[in-house]
Design a protein. Structure first.
Length: 135
């Protein structure tokens, strides 16, 4: 089941990167097939948001996957908050994304998770600083 899901996500990514209209249909089918699997929904959302080489990223689909996952976990799941942070940041709302990344650090369950989310914060702060210096 996981291998099949991974293959379908890969197919979605290829269609999306090519700007193919079929990507939307495949993305919807993926959401349906993931059901309430919060791990899969989070991975799918992250795979969309973090793929900076894809000019056709569907941030609405990534947010929808996160919304579905949060229905089961609530809005204070550190992993999902961190993925939402990346999604929001990459969609252009960089200050909001940074704030969410900082919230993920606060919600982290252990040191390993905290360290990972602190890296997100540092990367986002660096990108924001570079953006402001470029003006």
């Amino acid at each position: 089941k996981r291998d099949e899901l991974r293959a379908t996500i890969d197919e979605y990514q290829k269609l999306s990167a090519a700007g193919d209209e079929k990507a939307k249909k495949v993305g919807r089918e993926l959401l349906k097939s993931m059901g309430e699997d919060t791990e899969a929904l989070g991975q799918f959302a992250f795979s969309i948001a973090a793929n900076g080489r894809n000019e056709h990223r569907d941030f609405a689909l990534a947010n929808e996957a996160l919304d579905l996952a949060e229905k089961k976990t609530g809005k204070n799941d550190a992993r999902l908050v961190s993925i939402r942070a990346v999604t929001v940041f990459e969609s252009g709302k960089q200050e909001d994304g940074l704030a969410l990344a900082k919230k993920a650090v606060e919600l982290a369950k252990d040191e390993q998770q905290r360290a990972s989310y602190e890296r997100y914060v540092r990367v986002m702060e660096t990108r924001l600083q570079a953006k402001s210096e470029a003006k």
